[in-house]
Design a protein around this ligand. Structure first.
Ligand code: ZN
Ligand code: ZN
Length: 360
């Protein structure tokens, strides 16, 4: 089978023939049908976050189960499944208290001295997020995937596994936005647009989208933003504070820089919350004016939308079927595996909300 292999950071991914093992106990072999290209793939390609090489990027995977190992009961051969990076064991302290995304259990991986799941001419390959969906097949831990209904197009379903789950989950699971609350979303890429969509689903009142690219603000309106602020036209926090007479209830930072995090914090009202959805580089710190915390303002971290994905992903797919979740609008481009390098470099540029790699 073929995969796009990254042998050096910032180098072209090479399309290579690779070998994948049979599923062992608690493992699932999936034939990949589609994989979204997420900003995090570009981030890891850039090398600022350490990761062993060679690696297979891609983590918004979707496909059909080809085989299952002993002890797998959540999915069966022939099922359509969506994968998720936040795999969980189901019985550690984080898991049993409902914080599946925080699971660190080593049982989600093969033992370090075991046969590698994926190799290229004998060399071990490292799939990103235990998934590596820029490949024709994935061999994943059983709790890295969930069965979905079979009547939805899988190229649309793939993006639910990270970008959509992250954006909608930040609104519904992390911030628990209530009907009528005002929200601001900084950054209108795939995650930001999904946060806007999530705010609509949650019944938010005013939904203010902030970006510096006019095309993205236009998209944001299509996703349900009631107002837009062009961040290139002056201080966004001041504009939002004026528009809302004191700030929003919740601001979602979906860019991943210290500057936008500070801007997001500066636009929340007293008692409001800033949810850090974007991923800051590991060497970047962010500071906030200390006196503001007296007013009950909160900074909340959110990992992949604080998801409980076996529950959330099928629900999001239902929202799509009901017309509440905009996936058709989000998936703006389909590419072949051969074109993954070009598509990866387009991530974050104007016009393309989400590219999806499709397989035969
Ligand atoms: Zn992602
Ligand atoms: Zn666990």
């Amino acid at each position: 089978m073929r995969a796009a292999v990254m042998r050096e950071f910032r180098g072209d991914l090479s399309i290579e023939e690779i070998e994948i093992d049979e599923p062992r106990a608690d493992e699932v072999l999936i034939r990949t049908v589609a994989s979204g290209i997420c900003h995090t793939d570009l981030t890891y390609w850039g090398g600022r976050h350490p990761h062993p090489l060679p690696m297979i990027l891609g983590h918004e995977g979707c496909g059909i189960v080809e085989a299952v190992g002993k002890g797998v009961t959540n999915v069966a051969v022939g099922d359509a499944v969506v994968t998720c990076m936040t795999s969980f064991c189901g019985h550690c302290d984080h898991c049993v208290t409902g914080n599946l995304v925080l699971c660190e259990s080593p049982e989600r991986d093969r033992a370090p001295n075991a046969k590698p799941k994926i190799t290229a001419r004998g060399e071990k390959l490292h799939p990103y997020g235990r998934l590596g969906s820029f490949a024709e097949k994935m061999l994943v831990y059983k709790n890295s995937c969930v069965r979905i209904r079979s009547d939805v197009p899988l190229d649309k379903a793939s993006v639910v596994g990270c970008g959509v789950l992250t954006g909608v989950g930040a609104v519904i699971n992390t911030a628990k936005v209530q009907p009528g609350q005002s929200v601001a979303v900084l950054g209108c890429g795939g995650v930001g647009l999904s946060a806007i969509n999530g705010a609509v689903i949650a019944g938010a009142g005013r939904i203010i989208a902030i970006d510096s690219q006019p095309q993205k603000l236009e998209l944001a309106r299509a996703f349900g933003a009631t107002d837009t602020v062009d961040a290139s036209m002056g201080n966004a926090a001041e504009q939002v504070t004026q528009m809302t007479h004191g700030g929003v209830d919740v601001a979602f930072e979906a860019v991943g820089t210290a500057l936008t995090a500070q801007s997001a914090f500066a636009m929340i009202r007293r008692g409001g919350a800033m949810v850090l959805v974007g991923m800051l580089p590991p060497d970047e710190n962010v500071s906030f004016p200390g006196k503001e915390f007296v007013y009950g303002k909160k900074v909340i971290g959110s990992m992949l939308g604080s998801n409980r994905f076996p529950h959330d992903i099928p629900q999001l797919i239902d929202f799509y079927v009901q017309g509440k979740l905009k996936l058709d609008e989000l998936v703006s481009q389909r590419v072949r595996l051969e074109d993954v390098n070009e598509a990866l470099q387009q991530v974050g540029k104007g016009g393309v909300a989400r590219s999806v790699v499709v397989f035969d």
